[in-house]
Design a protein around this ligand. Sequence first.
Ligand SMILES: [Zn+2]
Length: 97
Amino acid sequence: MPVPVEKVRLPVNYKPVFKVILSQLSGSSWGAGVNSRSVTHVLLLQELHDGKLHRKAGELLCGADKGFDITDSQEKQIECKKCIEILKKHNWIEQGV
Ligand SMILES: [Zn+2]
């Protein structure tokens, strides 16, 4: 389930970004359906160290390769399962109302 950004309580500055997923460079799907395959990740704007988690500024929370196409997201929720998993594990999601 996506997590609304207003519930994210990261100890450092971050912003939601789209990572465009391109499965292959050849084939008829190039350029088509790109947005539907993109998910919103947490991009860290500052270094983050918490337990075993170490991220540099400019890295995605989930540690995924940023690839070659990443754009600011207007989405108001985080969709990357891995990012959400980490947020949950470290209690960086506000509980309740
Ligand atoms: Zn992610």
